[in-house]
Every structure is written in structure tokens, then in C-alpha cells.
Write a protein that binds this ligand. Structure first.
Ligand code: GLA
Length: 379
């Protein structure tokens, strides 16, 4: 059963009426362009087929209710709250994500009372943006109930604000933009500074390739990770260089030792995104592999956001015939991706599985990530 169908069924069961509509939004992988978004740089994500769905109906009393149904079928209710009373620090836990979205939409005059029933199949804590999929689906649901539309890049910025200011996590724009703006069978090239977007056809299967996602099952919450420290360090580096952001840096040689490798990652990663985009525009998809692996090495050695499981996933995949591999998302755990010739897929999976087993790591979960549609209304 798709998350959208399940959300509608759960809504009927819990509220004894049909929802007014169902909206859903996907998780994402980032093909390349990591830790560049909050440096005003370039990113290149695609949407996954895994989605979070929200079945919703308006309420006349201005109260927002939300319930999420876990994969075990258990319902977890948020404390019902009047939309007018929403404020940062009043809501904790998972409910901060949907309520934060209502809070930010309310400031723009949109959100009102509603019942939300949430289901989904985006693995949580796997670096695949399940929380952003949730936020994007809730945003579209509340806008849909208000009969309103907002340009998607702008909506992504609103959602980012709800995450930064209401949830309290200092993330960039990559994930919301990917979930809202990606389209089927494409990667989305975004210049975060200008909001310029280009949909680039991306069909690995046509080249006898697949993008294998390797969930290391190492969970690391962005809220208590070193993510914020990296962000602050990048801002310091830009200040010292006298540029608005590391996007503008060229000569970084004068930076102090603790900042130099971080800046080097950002500068070289932006260049790798542009190289990857050039390959894709030229129809040379198999040539992107080298940039993927270079990106991983840079994230591991310069940006210091990898972990042993991600490194083993990348090394064993490349060792077994992947054309390139890298961690995707914030890091410190989560998922790696590998560009794998279809006829080596089984070998790569087996090599990764046994490399994990040899080191007594938890067995990884793997699936082929297929570029899928972005967020929208299901019915
Ligand atoms: C997380 C954040 C994004 C981005 C990535 C790293 O996914 O939510 O904004 O910074 O990490 O590229």
C-alpha cells in the first residue's frame, strides 16, 4: 500500500470521515554537492520513490492535530495546539516539524486549524531527509487546505526557517528544495545563492548503471551533531577571507590551519558539482564516478564528517566495481551512494555486506535509488 493510500485509510479510521485531500513528499539523495548549501554553493539532488504522506482536513476551531503512524502500525499523537498559540520552544520531539511548518505558514497568513494524519516509508535517521519530506508534505497539505500556492523555491526557504527557528536545527536549503522541486527521471541542479534551478535528465539504467544506496544504519541526529560547528567555522573562514561566503573564495591559502581544510572542501566540492553537471549535460553519465569518490575523500579527510561505516561502504563498493561512491547528506552516519554497473550490482552488494560483517558492523540495508517525482497532491 502506498503511503498516500495508507494515510487516507488511517485518517478514515481515526477521524471517522474521509480526509479532504492527501499530499506527499519524497526523501532524497544528493548525487554531489555536500555541505555547500549553507555556503551559497551548488547542489545536485534527486528525489527517492520513498515518501511521507499527509492526509488532511480543515478544523473550524483553529486547533492543529497531528498523528504519525509508525511502520509497526502504532499511532503517536502530538499534543493538539491552537495554531495561533504555536511558538518556538513550546513543541518538542517529532511534532516540532509539522507544527513548525504551520507556525511559519501562519506568519504568511496561510495555516489554520487542521487534522493531519501522517504515514511514510522514508527510512528515518538514514540521511535521506525523512524529516524534510514530512515538512514539505505538511506545507503542501496546509496550503492545499487554504487553496493557496507559493512558488516552490520560496516555500523551501520558509520551511528552512521553520526548521532553523522553530525546530532549532541550523540546516541549509538542500533537502526542502529537493523534496519540493525534483521531477521524475532528473537530477536537480541548484545554485543556492540565486535559487536558479535546472532539471537535468538522469537515467543511469539507460547506461547500464544504477545508483545503489547503502544505508549504514549508523544513526546520527543533525540536532546534536557537529553540523552547526561546521557551519559556524565556514562563516568564520569567509569573514577572514573578506568574502560574503565560501562560494566566493578563490585563494584560501592564508586561512588558519583549523579552517583551511574545511574551506578547501567547499571550494573543491563546488567545482566537482560543476564538473558533474558538465558530464551529465554532455550525456557522459558514466564519467561522473571519479568526482563522486573525490567528493567522499574530501568529506572524509578535509571536512571530517564521515565515519568508519561510510568509509567501508565506499571502499568496498569501489573495490567491487562501482564507478564511484560517496556519503550523501550531512554525514556522521546515514547513507552512502555508489554508481554501479548493473552487471556488477550483486557483486557490489555482496562485497559491502561481507566488509561490514568482517568488522562486526550492523548489516547495511541497500536499495537502488531511482530518480522519482517531487512533492505534490495525491488526491
Ligand atoms: C543535511 C542538511 C542540508 C545539507 C546537508 C549536507 O542534509 O539538512 O541542508 O547541509 O546536510 O550537504
Amino acid at each position: 500500500m502506498s503511503p498516500a493510500v495508507q494515510a487516507a485509510a488511517e485518517f478514515r479510521r481515526l477521524h471517522e470521515r474521509a480526509p479532504e485531500g492527501v499530499w506527499s513528499a519524497p526523501g532524497r539523495v544528493n548525487l554531489i554537492g555536500e555541505h555547500t548549501d549553507y555556503n551559497d554553493g551548488y547542489v545536485l539532488p534527486f528525489a527517492l520513490r520513498h515518501r511521507i504522506a499527509v492526509a488532511a482536513s480543515p478544523r473550524a476551531d483553529g486547533v492543529l492535530t497531528a498523528v504519525t503512524i509508525g511502520s509497526d502500525g502504532n499511532a503517536q499523537w502530538a499534543i493538539p495546539t491552537s495554531v495561533a498559540d504555536l511558538a518556538p520552544d513550546r513543541t518538542g520531539g517529532w511534532a516540532a516539524y509539522p507544527f513548525g511548518v504551520a507556525w511559519v505558514l501562519r506568519q504568511h497568513g496561510f495555516a489554520d486549524g487542521a487534522d493531519l494524519v501522517i504515514t511514510g516509508d522514508v527510512p528515518t535517521g538514514a540521511g535521506l531527509s525523512s524529516s524534510h519530506a514530512l515538512q514539505c508534505a505538511v506545507a503542501l497539505a496546509l496550503l492545499g487546505l487554504a487553496d493557496a500556492t507559493v512558488p516552490l523555491p520560496e516555500l523551501a526557504r520558509w520551511i528552512q526557517r521553520s526548521e532553523n527557528d522553530f525546530v532549532g536545527v541550523p540546516t541549509g536549503l538542500l533537502d526542502q528544495t529537493a523534496s519540493l522541486c525534483c521531477v521524475d527521471s532528473h537530477v536537480l541542479f541548484v545554485d543556492v545563492r540565486s535559487d536558479e534551478q535546472e532539471q537535468i535528465p538522469f537515467d543511469p539504467a539507460a547506461h547500464g548503471l544504477g545508483v545503489l544506496a547503502i544505508d549504514t544504519r549508523v544513526r546520527h541526529s543533525l540536532a546534536d551533531s557537529a553540523y552547526g560547528d561546521r557551519r559556524t567555522a565556514c562563516e568564520r573562514a569567509a569573514d577572514l577571507l573578506g568574502v560574503p561566503s565560501l562560494r566566493d573564495a578563490t585563494d584560501i591559502s592564508g586561512l588558519p590551519e583549523d579552517l583551511l581544510p574545511l574551506a578547501r572542501h567547499v571550494v573543491t566540492e563546488n567545482a566537482r558539482v560543476l564538473r558533474t553537471v558538465d558530464c551529465l549535460r554532455a550525456g557522459s553519465l558514466p564519467l561522473i564516478g571519479a568526482a563522486l569518490t573525490e567528493s567522499h575523500v574530501s568529506l572524509r579527510d578535509d571536512y571530517l564528517v564521515s565515519c568508519p561505516e561510510l568509509d567501508v561502504a565506499v571502499e568496498s563498493a569501489v573495490g567491487a566495481g562501482a564507478l564511484g561512491a560517496r556519503m550523501t547528506g550531512g554525514g556522521f552516519g546515514g547513507t552512502a551512494i555508489a554508481l554501479v554497473p548493473v552487471d556488477r550490482d550483486e557483486q557490489v552488494r555482496a562485497a559491502v555486506t561481507s566488509a561490514f560483517a568482517e568488522r562486526s558492523f550492523t548489516a547495511p540495508r541497500m536499495f537502488t535509488a531511482v530518480p522519482s517525482p517531487g512533492a505534490g497532491r495525491d488526491y
